[in-house]
Write a protein that binds this ligand. Structure first.
Ligand code: AMP
Ligand code: MG
Length: 484
């Protein structure tokens, strides 16, 4: 493989060098062929499932790989933990893909490190398959995300509440730089390391800023802010609930990272929470923008000493950027919602229409994905129009009236809406069924069938309808767990 490891070239304070702990009986469970093409995995490896299982369990170290476990800190549910780090993950290294883009290749579930604390360094098969399926679905939906190259079962048992089959998942990310990485060094007052980290991140993710000599860190903050806003707006578009938006799960590249307790919202309700540990609803669907604001403020704090040695002066420069957040978020969010409703241009008055439609969905307990799919179809189908008209009542008329101002042919509007409204999402009950099948029978067919549909979320294929149904209990009793 085409390894080119830049993070491992940084000072030792950023990571620990160590090999994955070998597993008993590695077997390839899921393999991402299209991603493997993009990453230019060599043919002799790609077509040999035994070699793949050896390499992506960590049993065999691929030449060129220099495994490390990275250090970071983070606010978890609002409380600062000064040291976290890869407690069950090994960064094998970075590879350049066919477009010259750099990717981290990381094994997760590959054994203990000095950051494991009490943990076993392992991962169960269910959460590994969840990460594979959810990230593939998000990628196909057009939401920035880390991806999975492989899931390998280990032949070992991991003990959670019950004994479970173990697995190693290979995560591919633009990088694993997190807000928490910056917090680790900021909290220790290690400004030298902080500066190195900023320069490294700018070079890797925001190279256009390298030319800037004035206010480079403010511009950096703005860019990170912008990408994160785009990311969370995209989550809101498809109904994704991350579930654990801690600062160590907020990526500098603006990708969705950590699919532990995530879920999809069915019935539209901003208060929706599925994570069993989120008892206060901190990471509820509708709180995600506010939490992002909070996380970005934590990131800004890390940059203060680099912006100005005088903390008050630095705060004066950063303050206005952070204060702007609600307006910048709202603007992007409304633009996105406008497109979901087929609006080719957005007027401030549209905010009212958007809110009334969303309120109506909430009051009538309507499914978010189905409602927007029906609205999309209603432009060309009488049946869909009457169905959604019955549900939305006067909101439907207001929407039609607003569309008539645009003077666009229905087909064009439908196209725009279709780009923003999926026909299928990874519904929680289907995800759970696939995970159960994987864990209980070791069979991979259900997962593969599901993935095929999820990879075309804006198209109705022959099998799509099997996955569009909301669960019979509307997910009233649904709960997710951290997957550790
Ligand atoms: P996560 O909930 O996956 O974001 O993990 C939070 C922290 O706990 C990270 O530092 C992980 O490396 C660590 N961690 C999670 N699960 C385990 C495990 N089974 N063994 C060791 N460390 C873990
Ligand atoms: Mg995490």
């Amino acid at each position: 493989m085409n390894f080119s490891n830049s993070y491992a070239c940084l000072d030792k304070v950023f990571y620990e060098r160590l090999r994955p702990t070998p597993v008993q009986d590695p077997q390839l469970f899921l393999w991402n062929s299209s991603l493997s093409e993009q990453l230019m995995i060599p043919n002799e490896l790609k077509h040999d499932s035994v070699a793949l299982a050896q390499a992506f369990s960590g049993n065999h170290i691929i030449p060129g790989s220099e495994p490390i476990a990275t250090v970071y800190a983070g606010h978890q549910f609002g409380s600062f933990v000064p040291q976290l780090g890869d407690g069950r993950a090994h960064l094998l290294g970075e590879v350049l893909d066919q477009f010259g883009q750099r990717w981290d290749i990381q094994l997760k579930g590959s054994g203990r490190t000095s950051f494991s604390r009490g943990g076993d360094g392992r991962c169960a098969l269910g959460p590994a398959v969840r990460e594979f399926i959810m990230s593939e679905a998000m990628n196909a939906l057009g939401v920035p995300t880390t991806r999975c190259l492989a899931v390998v079962t280990t032949g070992e048992t991991v003990f959670r509440e019950t004994p479970l089959p173990g697995a190693v998942v290979t995560r591919v990310a633009s990088s694993h730089l997190r807000v928490g990485t910056f917090q680790f060094f900021a909290a220790r007052g290690d400004h030298q390391a902080l500066k190195t980290l900023c320069n490294y991140t700018i070079e890797r993710h925001y190279p256009e800023l390298q030319e800037e000599s004035q206010n480079q860190y403010i511009l950096f903050l703005n860019k990170v802010f912008e990408r994160q806003v785009h990311l969370v707006v995209e989550w809101m578009r498809v109904g994704f609930i991350h579930g654990v938006m801690n600062t160590d799960n907020t990526s500098l590249s603006g990708e969705t990272i950590d699919y532990g307790p995530c879920a999809m919202m069915g019935i539209y309700d901003p208060q929706t929470v599925y994570s069993s540990i989120d008892t206060m609803g901190r990471y509820a669907f509708g709180n995600q923008p506010d939490i992002l604001h909070w996380n970005i403020a934590r990131f800004a704090e890390c940059l203060l000493p680099l912006i100005n040695a005088d903390r008050n002066k630095a705060v004066d420069l950063v303050g206005p950027v952070i204060a702007e957040f609600p307006y910048r978020f709202e603007k992007e969010y409304m633009k996105m919602m406008g497109k979901k409703l087929g609006l080719t241009f957005f007027k401030p008055e549209d905010q009212k229409l958007i809110s009334s439609i969303l309120n109506r969905l909430k009051d009538r307990r309507l499914d978010y994905t189905i409602a927007f799919d029906l609205l999309t179809k209603s432009l060309m189908s009488e049946t869909a129009a009457s169905q959604i008209n019955n549900e939305l009542g006067v909101c439907f008329d207001l929407w039609k009236k607003r569309l008539s101002e645009q003077n666009e042919v229905p087909q064009k509007v439908q196209e725009l809406m279709r780009q923003h409204n999926p026909v299928v999402i990874p519904r929680n009950h289907h995800v759970e069924k696939v995970l159960q099948e994987s864990e209980q029978t070791g069979r991979v067919t259900l997962a593969e069938d599901f993935l095929q549909v999820l990879r075309s979320p804006y198209e109705e294929q022959a099998q799509t309808f099997e996955y569009q149904d909301p669960p019979s209990d509307c997910d009233e009793n649904y709960q997710t767990f951290c997957g550790t």
